[in-house]
Design a protein around this ligand. Structure first.
Ligand code: A2R
Length: 314
């Protein structure tokens, strides 16, 4: 029996592609020159999409495939999938939560440690021979005893909170709602929380309701000694205001894994010495990416076999 058609929106690691190919006939959308014609040809038979957090699935793509049943998206953030269109067309959407909590939390602490201990700068100092020629690098900050405010105390946020506690940091949080059975103080007002914090860690989903939530006002409240960490989505932060405040010293520092227009990182941001910048590496380890890939495949195969989806969001 012929394998069912699957639209593969973006490239995946070889083990993921191999696991998909066991049960599906893969059609590589990202290699098609004429995307429109490619979709038209697949429209009558395609029930499955596999995509990435960055590529997602647009309303046009969903509408072009009238027999579509499921979109399996790689990554916990699925803001690039038009979930409203998916709902309207009765299409299920899955993501890859939980398996990346530890990895993203580790990356967050790596960013925080790098920023306050000035790890990239002091490494460059040694490499340039300046320790020998100019003497000690100078003193830095540390995490111990500082107050960290978490915007989005969800699966990843809670894992970050635990790691911060290992550094004897005091944890507070903001979300739309106070959570029961959470040992950390809740702030209903984000600006107020930023004013009270040394660090603000952003780990809420990208959505219409979080766009620009870390506003100029919030960053001014965080202040000249405050440090911003964004491991969520660039869309949550007013990037232009952040750059201005970092340049003037009104915001003390920033450790960023995500940006407004990836992979573009503004030249003015790259020129600053009070920032640490990563190329969206939050979940990018061999172990975690493999686990995420397996979950993409498992959701699609579950649907194919008429079994319940493992991690549905729609
Ligand atoms: O608002 P609440 O109480 O439902 O808390 C959620 C919070 N959150 C928000 N906080 C403030 N304003 C909002 N408009 C808002 N929308 C959601 O974000 C919750 O505590 C947290 C999200 O937690 P989870 O759904 O468990 O997500 P997870 O797995 O921790 O991943 C977070 C994000 C992903 O969406 C990616 O964009 C990124 O991390 O890598």
């Amino acid at each position: 029996m012929a394998k069912p058609d699957l639209l593969q929106v973006c490239p995946f690691a070889e083990p993921v592609t191999a696991a998909l190919a066991e049960d599906f006939s893969l059609h590589r959308y990202f290699e098609a020159d004429d995307k429109q014609a490619f979709l038209e040809k697949l429209a009558p038979t395609t029930r499955f999409i596999a995509t990435g957090g960055h590529h997602g699935a647009s309303r046009e793509m969903i509408a072009a495939l009238p027999n579509l049943e499921i979109i399996s998206s790689f990554g916990v953030g699925y803001d690039a999938v038009d979930v409203t269109a998916a709902r309207e067309h009765g299409v299920s959407v899955t993501n890859t939560p939980d398996v990346l909590n530890d990895c993203v939390a580790e990356t967050t602490l790596a960013l925080m440690l790098a920023l306050c201990h000035r790890v990239p700068q002091s490494d460059a100092y040694v490499r340039a021979g300046r320790w020998e020629s100019e003497g000690p690098f100078g003193l830095t900050d540390e995490l111990t005893g500082r107050r960290v405010a978490i915007l989005g105390l969800g699966r990843i946020g809670k894992t970050i909170a635990k790691l911060c506690q290992a550094f004897n940091m005091e944890v507070v949080y903001h979300g739309r709602n106070a959570q029961e059975h959470v040992p950390y103080p809740y702030y209903a007002d984000l600006t107020e929380m930023a004013r009270a914090a040394d660090w603000l860690v952003v780990i809420a989903p990208g959505s219409a309701s979080t766009r620009g939530i870390v506003s100029r006002e919030v960053m001014e409240a965080l202040g000249s000694e405050g440090k911003l960490v964004n491991v969520a989505r660039g869309s949550l932060v007013d990037e232009a205001a952040m750059i201005e405040l970092l340049e003037s010293g009104a915001l003390g520092g920033a450790a960023l894994d995500v940006f407004a227009e990836e992979p573009h990182v503004p030249e003015r941001l790259r020129a600053l010495s009070n920032v640490v910048l990563l190329p969206h590496q939050g979940s990018a380890t061999h172990k975690t990416r493999a686990a995420m890939g397996q979950l993409v495949v498992k959701n699609l195969k579950a649907h194919l076999r008429g079994e319940p989806l493992i991690s549905p969001v729609v």
